[in-house]
Design a protein around this ligand. Structure first.
Ligand code: IVH
Length: 703
């Protein structure tokens, strides 16, 4: 055995039977410590300090050394996470301390917190004059409860909750979860026996990625993180669990060596969580101390508002009395602690029957499939319709009429069909197809190349688009025609009184008052609002026309740039491209719109009806001091974004190109500029930094 062999060579000598040299033992320990620290920084703190490649390199070094000296392999080595053992079945394990559940209440308001606090105070015999009770408020994670047993600092067993008394041994799978330490630090606080309890779950983004992978591989998808976690943790083959991106949050303890026998001494739940954190367990950053009911209410509201944007799924909040002495005093009622309560938020996802799929036509002619559902309570309201964005969405989700589907409603967004509940289809139902003709006007339906959406080609001829077009025109931020809402537009279009936008200004008192439920006074108000709307701004008018891709801000940019409507109507695509933030798609859409004679006719008629606005002069064009020059941008500039720099250069007449050639006039390089900078240097092209570019733009450069 050579004492000084190269520890970093890819293949250490195969001498497994021999005793490992001191140096190797020390090296192995040092590599493990490094890998454990990096993994903790990466998986628990979300703050990696080394590149992945570096981790892999050190991991392989450790693997190589352990390969050469198998006697040095320990169960807590980072190389031992994925063991790939396949079990016959999951073994039952009786919990040393039962895994209880918490009293769970569903509430919409925050009143639950007040009721819980009152209950606790009453049980503790506290009067009004007594101080507030201190609580810990936690998210209620949507996952699977897990008991992690550590003996002498080593993870020896992981069990599911099961029925609370007896769970299943899932150690082989839990060992693959990077956020769960295989061994605890050699800290004085770590007792001979400790069971850490918490929730195995799957982050939203990880679940989405997993489902995409499952779909691509023809496997089944998971409706929520809870199913995904359960489906992964209860696998017999740990190789499968290892590929499932599981996470963990600690929230409690099971058996622990008592303080009298050398166990750690802590007096609050919060202090216990801090201790778990110091041992390397993830504790949710949202967990906080709350004084009395008002702070619980505030937590409930805060977390409810943040729920959508949290990286992991929660289904409510959990409140726990912080003092362990008070917890003992409160004790248990049947199988639930009196010192804790869970308040569930209304479910955001519910299964229901999809009865049919209808097709709706939007203002821009987009055909949207809409699922008609058996009524179901989701997120606190009854849902009967949900969107299925387009044909591809339906295909991707694999849903068919008659399926039980999962409906999701989050915040104010339109409910959507997430997927179908696995199971046999009782009868064969063909796949959904888009209609070939518009269900409203019968015009042909097309799907443009590269687009996911189908569209009706009827334009203003299509009733659906007409109604939407009128509503958009009347919108508060467009022509602002007060009183011209959904119902009235429906009536006007259905009665064929209004076919095109200018018809609005041809309405008379008699035709309006003739409509159902239209009093003369209301009719007069509508006429007055129409009259008032005639005097507008170019920006509002342009926005109101409902040109595809022309929102408020583009309308504003167009008005500012051209000053006059005629200039916009006659602008070429190239001229339109000069406008701030107008790219090829938008320019093309505007150009196509005004190329249609019927659209120009609408504009003319509106003007003839008296619609007017003040016209201005076109925005002054910057002096084209860089005309004829080609500039390439590369790397990150210190203050300007790539787009801002490009705009400035183009406004001064330069052409901004993506690749460096002999024809390039300048390369503007920022931090981390790569091959383009090298190419410029090779070709002898002048390289400027941001400051140099600004000098050039001022006309003081070397051009
Ligand atoms: S504490 C005695 N804290 O909810 C209290 N549970 O019915 C034991 N859960 O099975 C549980 N988030 O899976 C606790 N912050 C949290 C939790 C939480 C989710 C789950 C857990 C348990 C169920 C309680």
């Amino acid at each position: 055995m050579t004492e000084n062999f190269d520890l970093f060579s890819a293949e250490p000598p195969a001498q497994s039977a021999a005793a490992a040299p001191e140096k190797v033992i020390a090296k192995v320990q040092e590599l493990r410590a490094r890998l454990q620290r990096w993994a903790h920084e990466y998986y628990v703190q979300d703050a990696p300090t080394v590149p992945d490649g570096e981790y892999d390199r050190v991991f392989q070094q450790l693997q190589a050394l352990e390969g050469a000296y198998p006697q040095l392999v320990t169960p807590d080595s980072p190389t031992q996470r994925v063991i790939g053992a396949v079990l016959e079945g999951l073994a039952p394990v009786r919990h040393a301390v039962p895994m209880l559940s918490i009293q769970t209440e569903t509430d919409n308001e925050a009143t639950g917190a007040i009721a819980f606090d009152q209950r606790v105070r009453r049980e503790l015999g506290l009067g009004e004059a007594d101080p507030v009770v201190e609580y810990v408020a936690e998210p209620k994670f949507d996952g699977l409860a897990m008991n992690l047993r550590y003996e002498n600092g080593q993870l020896v067993q992981a069990t599911t909750r099961g029925d609370g008394e007896v769970g299943e041994d899932v150690t082989h799978n839990i060992r693959t979860i990077r956020q769960i330490p295989l061994s605890l630090p050699a800290a004085s606080s770590v007792p001979p026996v400790v069971e850490v309890r918490g929730e195995v779950h799957m982050a939203k983004a990880d679940l989405q990625k997993l489902n995409e992978r499952q779909l691509a591989a023809g496997g089944k998808t998971f409706a929520n993180p809870r199913n995904a976690a359960a489906g992964s943790v209860r696998q017999l083959d740990s190789g499968i669990a290892a590929q499932r991106p599981l996470s963990f949050f600690a929230y409690g303890l099971g058996e622990i060596t008592p303080a009298a026998q050398g166990g750690p001494d802590f007096v609050t739940h919060y202090a216990m969580l801090q201790m778990l954190k110091s041992w390397g367990f993830p504790v949710a950053p949202q967990v906080c101390i709350a004084q009395g009911a008002p702070e619980l209410v505030a937590f409930h509201e805060r977390l409810g508002a943040a729920r959508e944007s949290l990286p992991f799924e929660i289904d409510g909040v959990v409140y726990k009395v912080n003092s362990l002495a008070l917890q003992r005093q409160l004790g248990f009622k049947s199988r639930e602690p009196r010192w804790a309560v869970a308040h569930k938020y209304p479910a955001q996802e519910m299964p229901t029957l999809m009865e049919s799929i209808d097709v709706q036509v939007g203002r821009t002619g987009k055909l949207t499939p809409v699922a008609r559902l058996a009524p179901v309570q989701v997120g606190g309201v009854v849902v009967t319709n949900a969107t299925l964005s387009n044909l591809f969405d339906i295909r991707k989700k694999g849903v068919r009429v008659g399926d039980t589907v999962i409906v999701r409603r989050a915040g104010d967004v339109i409910p959507e069909v997430v997927g179908r509940v696995a199971g046999e289809r009782p009868v064969y139902v063909p796949n959904f197809r888009m209609p070939k003709t518009c269900p409203i006007c019968g015009s042909a339906v097309v799907r443009e190349k590269g687009e996911a959406n189908h569209r009706c080609t009827g334009g203003l001829f299509c009733g659906a688009q007409r109604k939407e077009a009128i509503l958009h025109f009347a919108h508060r931020r467009a022509m602002d025609i007060e009183g011209l809402g959904d119902k009235l537009v429906d009536q006007l279009v259905d009665a064929q009184v209004v076919r095109v936008l200018p018809d609005l200004y041809r309405l008379g008192l008699s035709s309006l008052a003739a409509l159902d439920r239209m009093a003369e006074k209301s009719a007069q108000n509508v006429l007055a609002a129409l009259e008032k709307s005639k005097s507008t701004t170019l920006q509002r008018f342009l926005f109101g026309l409902g040109i595809r891709h022309v929102g408020e801000s583009t309308a504003k940019d167009l008005a500012k740039h051209f000053g006059k409507l005629d200039a916009i109507m006659d602008a070429s695509v190239e001229e339109l491209l000069q406008v701030n933030d107008v790219g090829p798609v938008v320019a093309d859409s505007i150009h196509t719109f005004f190329a249609q004679p019927h659209n120009r006719e609408v504009v003319e008629q509106l003007r003839a009806c008296g619609v007017h606005w003040e016209e201005g002069e076109p925005a002054e064009k910057a002096p084209q001091i860089l005309a004829g020059l080609t500039v390439v941008l590369t790397g990150t500039l210190p203050t300007l974004s790539r787009d801002a720099a490009k705009d400035m250069l183009e406004a001064a007449g330069a052409k901004v190109s993506g690749s460096v050639s002999k024809k390039t006039s300048y390369v503007v390089a920022g931090a981390e500029a790569g091959s383009k900078l090298a190419k410029a240097e090779e070709l002898g092209v002048t390289v400027l930094d941001e400051a140099g570019m600004l000098v050039l733009l001022k006309g003081q450069g070397t051009a």
